[in-house]
Design a protein around this ligand. Structure first.
Ligand SMILES: Nc1ncnc2c1ncn2[C@@H]1O[C@H](COP(=O)(O)OP(=O)(O)OP(=O)(O)O)[C@@H](O)[C@H]1O
Length: 760
């Protein structure tokens, strides 16, 4: 153990709280001790909470005040278990947030975040139903509460969609969504922004009303400092800790101030003067304002050592840690009241088994209802999402893999004088100009567009200028030389051998077109030559290549690039559509704060992921069915195998993409970074997985990576199913299935772990 870490251990032991102290903390609604929270890195920390103590007794309204950016939202997020402290303790309703059985996050807490965090497409009624159902309320209970809330918060008609409401109305709906399930602890982050004074007063009256029986506790932040006069307690936050924590009346009277704003100002002045000049400043301030014992939290004005020293510090409303003068709010428990068992600590351990266990049927049902409702309200988007892969498949089928049409070639034929009117097809063995017969043959049987030129310069210029893909030059006595070559065989004179050749000068800047031109000229010559020999009564085989391709075992005579690319294309399109769909849906929820809100309501990461999987699965099922129908029955791509295997493998590819989408949504904080990651992974996957070029052409070192990627085995497997008709018993086929299943598992695990631990 290093010296630093043993020091830390010692310090932790010294700070370990007593049993009685813990019991006191458990009795409060919220109790925060020595909270330290920073953003940024260890070397460049941006400290937000710095030894903060907070005590919120049950049944009180606690006004959390502080300047913008001082860390109120961060503190609230830590209290509801959505962010984690770097050190310190938080107790909420007797347990630690996030611990098993604490009920926090969960229906015991109602959290209204600063942002609206609602589904714009839902009506007010649907919004309240969603949050009410999540918290276990029945539809009847929700309807009753809805009626009350609509009247009380002066909401418009419950059938209005949230996105069509004004900003202030949306905030009120957000507030209503927090109140609908009557939680024990209400945490409200600026609920009264944009609310008119009358309604603001009503809201405060309501808060007073619901807390008076001691069953509900409210923590509220606001920028209207003076509205918190109705709070039972106020915490004035500045510089990472509380300057004071007391009732508003007491603060005002103790500071001899006119308003709470005044109090805050005076405390800030004291704090600003800092440690060294503290005595003189305090002197100056207290000369004009009498500050009674216990009014100022000394942690705020003293140095850090003092603020951190005691585990007891802050168990009371305001306390001078040096003089130990207390004004106790939370009663100390008697010895009999202290149970031997402590509430559970926050459990940060990860167990996949536990993740899977935490799936509640009712939560899943509500989440699925929400997902489908969102889709229903966004029919144009959904039509686009389902139609896009179909459109792309149609485009693929009509654009990829076909032979180029009407490829222009320039011809200079010295066998015949220019212009070439006489260059016509003449039947028979004695045809004088075989070159004319050959050109006619290829023009009729291949998609070549032949143009005759008088000189080689002109023909070459056409190629140079891009008007033609090759220049063909036929020597003067081509036909005679060719005849001599066929008749004399090995005794053909060298001159005849030379002049029986057509000279081709291609433009090879486009590999595909050059290959097609070469293929058509060679195959055309061979076919024409054999036809000609037949007319001469000679066995056509004389002109054939000494190699014969028999009927293929798999596939057809002509290799087809469309058939080669189709399996990879289908998997890629379904995979990446699922990536876009899932990451988009999840980022939308996350960035608008809806995800956080649902998680605080008790939804688990597993439920959230699985509900997305089930919903998106329906979409993907539709996409896959349509893509396969378009590709095979409509565009007649080769399909010699099992439809079941083809369908299952494609669906698995989509599931895998969906899980990759979860990883993107969980790891990326913004839509932009998610887009970069999704786009950035698209081309590498397309290139490395053998989708546009065979993996057999890759370097053996690259194959190590390629083999492991999600779509490589799957593409090969799908190719074997549809082109060769192989079954699941074949190793190449089942390894495609296994590889996709493995990746689904890997992606899901990464997503679950990230969701669990990425609390900030
Ligand atoms: N995830 C984050 N990463 C880095 N800094 C953050 C993060 N979240 C908040 N901050 C910073 O921490 C500080 C406290 O933010 P917080 O939202 O808690 O303040 P606040 O008191 O609620 O402010 P306001 O009253 O304006 O809502 C701010 O300066 C903010 O920029």
């Amino acid at each position: 153990m290093t010296e630093g870490s043993s020091d830390l251990e010692l310090r932790r032991r010294q700070l370990k709280s007593q049993q009685s102290t813990l019991q006191t903390r458990k009795q409060n609604a919220v109790c925060v001790r020595r909270a330290y929270k920073r953003y940024g890195t260890k070397s460049h920390p941006y400290v937000i909470l710095d030894g903060l103590n907070m005590t919120v007794p049950k049944g009180c309204i606690y006004g959390l005040l502080g300047a913008s950016g001082c860390g109120k939202t961060t503190l609230l997020n830590c209290i509801v278990g959505r962010k984690r402290l770097n050190s310190g303790e938080i107790w909420v309703l007797g347990g630690k947030p996030g611990s098993r059985g604490s009920g926090v996050p969960g229906p015991r807490v109602g959290y209204m975040p600063q942002e609206i965090a609602l589904y714009g497409e839902f009506t007010i009624r649907e919004t309240l139903r969603y949050f009410g159902w999540l918290s276990g309320k029945t539809t009847q209970e929700i309807e009753t509460k809805l009626e009350f809330l609509v009247n009380f918060l002066m909401l418009p008609d419950a059938e209005r969609q949230v996105k069509n409401l004004s900003g202030g109305q949306q905030r009120r709906v957000s507030f209503a969504a927090t109140l609908v399930h009557e939680p024990e602890l209400l945490i409200l982050d600026e609920p009264t922004v944009g609310v008119d004074p009358v309604l603001r007063q009503n809201i405060w009256n309501h808060l007073v009303d619901i807390t008076k029986h001691g069953k509900t506790t409210v923590i509220i932040t606001t920028h209207y400092i003076d509205e918190t006069r109705q709070a039972h307690l106020i915490g004035l936050m500045r510089g990472g800790y509380f300057l004071a924590e007391a009732s508003p009346e007491r603060l005002i009277s103790q500071f001899n101030a006119e308003s709470l704003e005044d109090v805050f100002l005076k405390l800030s002045v004291i704090q600003n003067m800092g440690k060294r000049r503290r005595s003189s400043v305090l002197q100056t301030v207290t000369d004009t304002i009498p500050i009674p014992a216990g009014a100022v939290n000394d942690a705020a004005v003293l140095d850090d050592e003092v603020g951190e020293i005691s585990g007891e510090f802050g168990d009371n409303i305001s306390i001078s840690s040096r003089t130990n003068r207390r004004v106790s709010i939370a009663p100390e428990p008697t010895a009999e009241e202290i149970p031997s068992e402590l509430p559970p600590d926050e459990d940060t351990g990860f167990r996949f088994r536990d993740m899977l266990k935490v799936v509640s049927f009712s939560h899943m049902r509500v989440m699925m209802w929400k997902n489908f409702l969102w889709m229903w309200r966004n029919i144009p988007i959904m039509a686009f999402i389902i139609g896009l892969p179909v459109g792309q498949t149609i485009l693929f089928c009509i654009t990829i893999g076909h032979d180029p049409k009407n490829v222009p070639l320039s011809i200079v034929n010295y066998e015949i004088d220019y212009p070439m009117e006489r260059c016509q097809y003449k039947y028979g063995c004695n045809a004088s100009h075989l070159s004319c017969n050959y050109f006619q043959y290829i023009a009729d049987n291949y998609s070549l567009d032949l143009t005759y030129y008088a000189t080689e310069e002109e023909a070459r210029t056409a190629v140079v200028k891009g008007k033609s893909w090759a220049m063909l030059v036929v020597p003067h006595n081509f036909s005679d030389s060719l005849r001599s070559r066929i008749e004399l065989g090995k005794d053909t004179p060298a001159w005849d051998l030379e002049t029986s050749k057509i000279h081709v000068t291609p433009d090879k800047s486009n590999e595909n077109i050059a290959t097609f031109v070469t293929r058509d000229l060679l195959f055309g010559l061979e076919s024409y030559g054999q036809a000609f020999l037949k007319q001469c009564g000679i066995d056509p085989k004389v002109f054939g290549r000494p190699i014969r391709f028999e009927k293929p075992i798999y596939g057809y005579g002509q290799p087809d690039f469309t058939d080669f690319a189709a399996p990879g294309f289908i998997l890629t399109i379904i995979f990446f559509m699922a990536v876009a769909l899932t990451s988009g849906a999840m980022l939308l929820e996350r960035n608008e704060g809806i995800l956080e809100r649902s998680l605080v309501n008790g939804i688990t990461a597993t439920e959230m992921l699985f509900s997305q999987v089930l919903t998106q699965f329906v979409v993907m099922f539709g996409q896959t069915t349509m893509v396969l129908i378009v590709a095979f029955p409509i565009f007649h791509l080769t399909q010699n195998g099992s439809w079941l295997l083809l369908f299952t493998l494609t669906i698995l590819g989509g599931l895998c993409g969906m899980c990759f989408g979860f990883v993107i949504a969980c790891t990326c904080d913004t839509e932009r970074s998610a887009t970069y990651l999704a786009l950035g992974s698209f081309l590498p996957i397309v290139m490395l997985c053998g989708i546009i070029w065979p993996i057999q052409a890759m370097s053996p070192y690259l194959l190590w990576i390629t083999d492991f990627l999600p779509l490589t085995q799957a593409t090969e497997s799908l190719r074997c199913v549809i082109a060769r008709g192989w079954g699941i018993e074949d190793p190449i086929v089942y390894s495609g299935f296994l590889s996709l299943l493995l990746w689904i598992f890997i992606f899901l695990t990464i997503s679950l772990i990230t969701l669990k631990f990425k609390k900030g």
